[in-house]
Design a protein around this ligand. Structure first.
Ligand code: PRP
Length: 181
């Protein structure tokens, strides 16, 4: 967790669902249909960004229903990273992705620093192609220019939890995306 507003360590405050579980499921199905048609017949590898992407990844991958290979990277901002912008790779790519068609999956694209770092990690390994897929995007928060290839929802600059997104590593379990006051 990072970028928390002035809210308590334990509780993000009153939570208001802004994207229901049904709406998420609908949108995930739409994205999966597009991805399936774009990647069918290709040597398809998904690289998911831990930990927030877990819920989105599982729902999406089941819907895509292609024999994709799956790898995960675990990255984290350094303490106080809001000012430094540094992103640390805690565990990296293990599959051979050279000459493969790679899709990076993450839950949210905010400043873009995390995705930028993961894109660099993938590109260092010379994939055949590279695209990105995020459930949520806060375009107004962007610090590095990244436009996701597949995006579930463009949202306002509000602190959100649920469906993988956390507050101090809690609230990931919520089946919807909620905004905190
Ligand atoms: C969150 C989220 C994205 C990243 C986006 O991860 O899951 O990976 O922030 O933010 P950015 O665009 O400003 O870099 P976080 O570092 O909170 O870790 P988590 O996935 O374990 O919750």
């Amino acid at each position: 967790m990072k970028k928390g507003p002035r809210i308590s360590e334990e509780h993000p405050g009153a939570l208001h669902p802004i994207i229901t579980g049904d709406r998420i499921a609908e949108r995930v199905a739409e994205l999966a249909t597009r991805i399936r048609s774009d990647y069918e017949g290709k040597d398809f590898t998904i690289v998911a960004v831990m930990k927030g992407a877990i819920f989105f990844l599982v729902d999406l991958l089941r819907r895509i229903d292609l024999p994709a290979r799956l790898d995960v990277v675990h990255v984290s901002s350094y303490a106080g990273a809001e000012s430094s912008g540094a992103v640390e790779v805690l565990s990296g790519i293990t599959l051979d992705i050279r000459n493969r068609d790679v899709l990076i999956v993450d839950d949210i694209l905010d400043t873009g620093l995390t995705l930028r770092r993961v894109i660099d990690e993938v590109n260092d390994r010379n994939p055949r192609s590279l695209k990105t897929c995020v459930l949520l995007s806060k375009r107004r928060r962007r610090e590095v220019e990244i436009q996701p290839d597949y995006c579930g929802f463009e949202i306002a600059d509000r602190y959100v939890v649920g469906y993988g997104l956390d507050h101090n590593d809690r609230y990931r379990h919520l089946p919807y995306v909620a905004a905190a006051e």
